[in-house]
Structures are given as C-alpha cells and as structure tokens.
Write a protein that binds this ligand. Structure first.
Ligand code: NOJ
Length: 721
C-alpha cells in the first residue's frame, strides 16, 4: 500500500482532528477501560473534554484483550472517520511474566537472552492488545545514584548498542503488520537522559557534542538501525535546551543526519515542562517549540491540543508541519495493520493461554540464572543439599523482587527465595527468620535471627532495596544498603557461620558492610517472576553463575562517576618515578571501583595463556587477528565471557584507557581449552575527532584480552595508514 490512501485520509481531517492525532492520553480517559471514560477530578482539571478524547490519536497504559477491544470499539464509533487508537504501554522487562531488569539482562552478555525476553514480552502484551512498547531504554549510565540505571544495560556504548538491537529485534520481529505477536519499539530517552548531573533524575545534562556522539548516541542509533519505529524525547536539557524543544537534536540530527522517518513522542509531560525549565513562558510557547523541534506526539499534557490551532492561524506554525507529524502517526498505524485489524493481536483466548505460560516462566528462570553476578566466593558456594540453611533478611520471603517497571507483574505469583531454596532440599533443612525490614530493625528481630543462624550450617542473607528505591524518580545519594540491613549483617557475623549475601536491588551499590563481612556475595538484581527459583539454581550449583557486570560497582559513592573507559590523565597513579602526592588520586580511597566492568565469578576458574596477534602492523585493508587460549582450570563446566579491549596511544583526541571492542561467551568443560580468536579492523579504531570526523589515527595501540576490564593481558600493534 502506498501512502496515497493515508494522504487522502489526512486531507479529510479538520485541523482539530489532526491536532487530536498528536495527543496521547492515559487509559482512564477512554470508554471501556474500567473508568468508562468518565472524566472527573484531576482529569477534568486538565481541560480534557469528551470531544477532545474522541479525536485523540493514542492511549498509554491500556492493556487487557477485553479492555483494549472495548476501548477501540468505542473510540472508533465516536471518532468521525473511525481512525483507530494506537495503544502504547511501558512493557520494559516483561508484560506479566517478568524478566530480570534490563541492567541484569545486560550482565548476561547474551543477546539471544535479551531478544527472547523482548519477544515473550511482545507476545504477551500484544495478545493483551498493546501495539507499542516504550522500550528499549538505551541511555548510557555512569552514575549509580540515578535510580534508572536498572532500566538500561550499563556503561559501555558498544555493548548497549548490541543490546539495543537485540531488544528491538525481539519486540518487532520482521513484519509488524502480519506478525501480530510483536510490538513496535520506542527507543528512549533521546538524548543522554542517563547523564543527569549528580545522578539526580530529570537533572541538567551538559556535555560536549563529541562526548555525546562518542558514548551517548550510538545505542539510540543502533536501535534505529535495527528498525525501531519510535523515539521518545528525554526530560533533560541537552546543551541548555530541553530535549523536547531541541531542534538540533531532533530535526538536524535525528531526522536529517540519521534519516529517521518514524514517530517522535515526548516523554510524559515533557512539552509543558519547558515552562519550569525556563524556555517557554506559557503552554503556547512550549507547543510552538516542541512542534518546531519535531515532537509528533505530546504525552499527557495539552499544549498542542490547546494551542496548535491558534499557532497555525497566527502563522507561527505552518500547517504542513502538523500534516507531516500526523502522516507519520497514520503511517505507524498502517504499519501495525490497524486500519485492517483495529484490535490487532488482542485476543482473550490467546491472552489466557500464553500470559504467564509455563514456557514463558521457564524462559524467565533461564534468563535470570544468566543475569546474576557472583561477586565474591570464599569457598562457601555452591551449597550442598545436606547443609542446614538459615535464610534471613527482608528478601527471604518477599515477592517484591520484580523491580521497577513491572507494571502488571504480580508479587503473589513470584517465586520467593525461600520457596526456591525449599525446592532444592528437604524443607526441614531451610530455617528462616525475618532479621530486619528493608529500612527498620528491632533488637528482637536481631536476636531471633542470631538464634536461627546458630542452628544452621550456613546463612543465606537476603538483602536489598525496596523496588521504589530505584527506577524513575528513585535517585539516592547514599548507595549503601539501609543501615538496618548493615546492622543485621554485622550482628549475624557473631553466629560464626559461613555467610552468603544475596542482593536484590536496582543499582550498583556501595557494598561496604556487606562484601567485607559476608563470605560470598551474589548480585541477583531484581530477577523477576522466577527470581527465587533462579537464585536457588545458582546457590545450589545446579547452574554455574556466568553473569559479568556491565556497570562498575564503586568503592565509595565519592568516586562516582567511576567507569572503566576513563581517561588516564597526565598524572596517573602507579607511574614509577611519579611523586607520590601529585598524581590524580583520592587521598582516602582507591581510584579503582570495588568491582570493575566485565567482572564476575563462577564455580570454576579460567586460565588465559598464549595471547597473540597476527601482526604488529594493521592497515586499512589488513585487519589483525588476536587470539588467546582459555582453559577451564576448575572441576565443573562453566561459561566465560572473553573480552577484547583496545587503547589508542597516540590519538588526536585522548582516548580511554580501555574500550571494549568485542567479546565471546564460551562454555568449557573442566580441563578443556579453547582458542578464542577476534578480528580487529581499522574501522573498530575509529572515533569522533575534534572536528567530529569519525576516523582512526595512525600510530601505536594496545590491545587487551582477558576476563574483565581489569584482569587482562596486553599486546601492542601499530596502525599504518
Ligand atoms: C516517564 C518515563 O520517563 C518514560 O520512560 C515512560 O515511558 C513514560 N513515563 C510513560 O510511562
């Protein structure tokens, strides 16, 4: 189908109807959604009338096959030309079957796992009538104070790009129009939302364009390359201009330079937020700026609805701009097949059959086992089935392990840690005590916990953050676990039993008081619906932990931002003849993070030997091959993520001390050796120069292979051009 029918349709729309297509409202405004579209209270105070709702182009936060069908039917009857609604929702790490949070999925270094999680999320949500997901969020992050780090895959631009692609493939499949089990993906938050000053949500972002292009933009671009249909603007400023009104960002970069033809949607309220930002005196000015900048859909505020018409009439906005935006929205509706099948995948029977199916739960369990990261293990894990285990702490019997953005996830249908453990051994061997709340503790709780621990052979201490402590608006300045839990940990040490800390949380934490007290630490993140089962699989050694961090764990919050691909400075630590004081360092803590990017343990060990490079010279036509032998030197099979990093030693611009260029996840039997080989090309050495040209520099390079960004072996080569 060409666009002609859509153009004809566009011509039939009045200006008011066109502007209606640009408005997105939340589900309660619509008939058939349980509220039956009764516009009362705060909704009415937004100035939304039934007349406006019937012109509205899209809805957010609506789901359920019956509800979406009813809402669509009612809407199409009321809408003069019967234009179907687009149904959008935050399906971030699962619909009802909840997968680990994206940061945890990142730690799997497993693109198939990421794709599969998105595919299942799409299958469930589309059966429940959703058309578009506000995912993936691919914002690069370096500050664990920011609560939304849980929603991204970490601190590396290359890895984030790979995950962005995998999520988009999983959501969208190959043919959105005919494959009704898929969703259109909306990549967010454009741009650089992850770089808010001080880790405070919604805060100012200011960085050089070079820095932004180098680190922050590649993952959005990767998602678009993979075909993501929508882009959501960020809340923050970019170079002093709020993203939702940032013409350079959206018209010049996104549309013109990258050629993006899909729909741009503002984040919730972000158009109107140009007023408190201080770049618009009123809603009309905000509407004008957002439209000129290229925002097609305004989410949840009514600057467009109330002011675009007058802006067109006064000549400040050309109607052609509105036409373009509407056409893009109609094109998306067409791509999703909504003009032929307005209910699309919504199907109560299919919804009943597949949502939370055994197959989906099994996939969630599998992916959760890949996502946990073993940070420390002084010969305590795996547990053996004969041991008496005291499982203690606020997450021992707690279904709140789904994490933020698990909208329809059900805590009651989530496998708790205690149930996972009991399924592995005779239930009489699993003792339990609450120990503490998440933020509160009493002397009685501590005493009871200690008594319980004394009866056991080993303590499993289930600690973490309440799910409201991360996610949107979940910034924290002190990223240790709450004092109550640190107190519990310290007290239990008196039991003199081996102690395993299992952490359920949404960000890299300052682990003082945990890693130095416990004998083993497993970072389980928020592992999702099957979390307790997956963690038990790992604790008992039925699965060997293989997750590797994609975000550094700081030694202390004062180091933040701390990330592996930093610059060396002119006065690095550790140079032999440097004066001890006058180097770039803290006087009171190390420069290095507690656990670096790429790090994670398992129940076996790996040896790296014979690192080699095919030549000391690379040219544009002559790539190099870097090889290393990896041996499983332990006694059980295990997976290793073999990582390849590069450093440019004579760049025009200073280059990071290491940059991840490639990795392989391999599985080795005990005693088995594999030669892992990477091709390294000139293209992989390119970066943004001072004039923003994307090119490589001739000269000297280091290449590193190893198990993480710290533990590597180094080789050298030269690029001749
Ligand atoms: C605000 C969040 O920033 C965004 O990520 C989300 O998709 C929207 N709200 C819609 O819920």
């Amino acid at each position: 189908m060409t666009d002609q029918p859509l153009i004809d349709l566009l011509k039939k729309l009045t200006l008011e109807e066109k502007i209606g297509q640009l408005l997105q409202l939340a589900a309660p405004f619509f008939e058939g959604t349980g509220t039956d579209g009764q516009i009362t209270g705060p909704m009415a105070s937004m100035g939304i009338t039934e007349d406006i709702v019937k012109h509205t182009g899209s809805v957010l936060g609506l789901s359920g096959a019956k509800e979406t069908i009813a809402a669509q039917q009612a809407h199409m009857k009321k809408n003069r030309l019967g234009i179907p609604l687009l149904v959008m929702a935050d399906i971030i790490h699962g619909y009802k079957t909840i997968f680990p949070v994206p940061l945890a999925i990142g730690c799997s270094w497993d693109m198939e796992a990421a794709e599969r999680s998105a595919e299942i999320a799409a299958a469930e949500a589309s059966a429940a009538g959703v058309h578009v997901t506000f995912s993936p969020m691919v914002d690069l992050v370096r500050d664990p104070r920011w609560g939304r780090v849980m929603e991204t895959t970490g601190e590396d631009a290359y890895l984030n790009g790979e995950f962005a692609r995998a999520f988009v493939r999983g959501y969208q499949g190959k043919d959105l129009k005919h494959d009704l089990t898929r969703l259109a993906a909306c990549v967010k938050h454009f741009a650089a939302y992850g770089a808010g000053e001080g880790g405070r949500d919604y805060n100012t972002v200011d960085m050089s364009e070079r820095q932004m292009r180098e680190y922050y933009l590649p993952a959005y671009q990767a998602a678009l390359d993979e075909g993501a249909e929508l882009v959501m603007t960020a809340f923050n400023t970019v170079d002093g201009i709020p993203a939702a009104g940032n013409k350079r960002l959206m018209r010049d970069l996104l549309r013109q330079e990258w050629g993006f033809q899909g729909v741009v949607i503002s984040d919730w309220g972000a158009v109107k937020e140009m007023i408190p930002h201080g770049v618009a005196a009123d809603e009309a000015e905000a509407a004008c700026k957002a439209m000129l900048a290229g925002v097609d859909i305004e989410m949840m505020t009514t600057c467009y609805e109330n002011h675009l018409k007058e802006l067109v009439e006064s000549g400040e906005i050309e109607e052609a701009l509105i036409d373009e935006a509407v056409l893009r929205i109609l094109q998306l509706k067409q791509k999703l097949g909504l003009f032929d099948r307005p209910f699309r995948g919504a199907d109560p029977d299919r919804e009943r059959d597949i949502v939370m199916s055994a197959e989906h739960r099994q996939a969630a369990r599998e992916i959760a086992t890949k996502s946990c990261v073993l940070l420390k293990n002084d010969s305590v894990l795996p547990l053996n089935r004969e041991q008496k285990v005291a499982v203690i702490g606020p997450f021992a019997q707690n279904g709140d392990i789904l994490g933020p953005w698990s909208w329809l996830g059900s805590k009651d249908e989530t496998v708790q840690l205690i149930d996972g453990l009991k399924s592995k051994t005779d239930a009489s061997r699993i003792l339990t005590a609450e120990g503490s709340g998440i933020e509160t503790v009493t002397e009685e709780q501590l005493e009871e916990a200690l008594r319980t621990a004394r009866h056991a052979d080993v303590i499993v201490l289930a600690l973490g953050e309440h799910s409201d402590m991360s996610g949107e608006a979940g910034s924290r300045a002190d990223i240790r676990l709450p004092q109550a839990q640190l107190k519990l940990t310290a007290r239990l040490k008196a039991a003199g039993k081996p102690m395993v800390a299992v952490l359920f949380n949404g960000r890299p934490l300052d682990l003082h008081g945990i890693y130095d007290v416990a004998d083993a630490v497993l970072e389980a993140w928020y592992p999702g619906t099957e979390g307790g089962a997956a963690v038990a699989d790992l604790l008992y050694g039925d699965r060997n932990p293989s997750g590797r961090l994609t975000m550094s764990f700081p030694f202390a919050v004062g180091q933040v931002p701390v990330y592996y691909n930093h610059f060396n400075t002119g006065r690095p630590q550790g140079v032999p003849d440097a004066q001890v004081r006058y180097v770039s360092q803290y006087l009171d803590i190390p420069n290095e993070p507690l656990y670096p990017f790429g790090y994670g343990l398992g129940y076996t060990t790996f040896g790296y030997s014979n690192p080699a490079i095919s030549s000391g010279v690379m040219t544009v036509d002559q790539p190099l091959t870097v090889t290393v032998h990896v041996t499983n030197t332990g006694s059980v099979a295990g997976e290793e993520v073999v990582q390849l990093y590069v450093r440019d030693l004579s760049g025009e611009v200073v280059r990071p001390v290491k940059e991840l260029k490639d990795f392989r996840k391999i599985k080795l039997q005990p005693g088995e050796t594999q030669e892992v080989s990477f091709q390294l090309t000139e293209e992989q050495l390119r970066y943004h120069h001072a004039d923003l040209a994307f090119a490589s520099d001739a000269g000297k390079f280091s290449v590193f292979v190893g198990a993480n960004s710290r533990d590597v072996q180094e080789l050298e080569f030269r690029l001749d051009k």
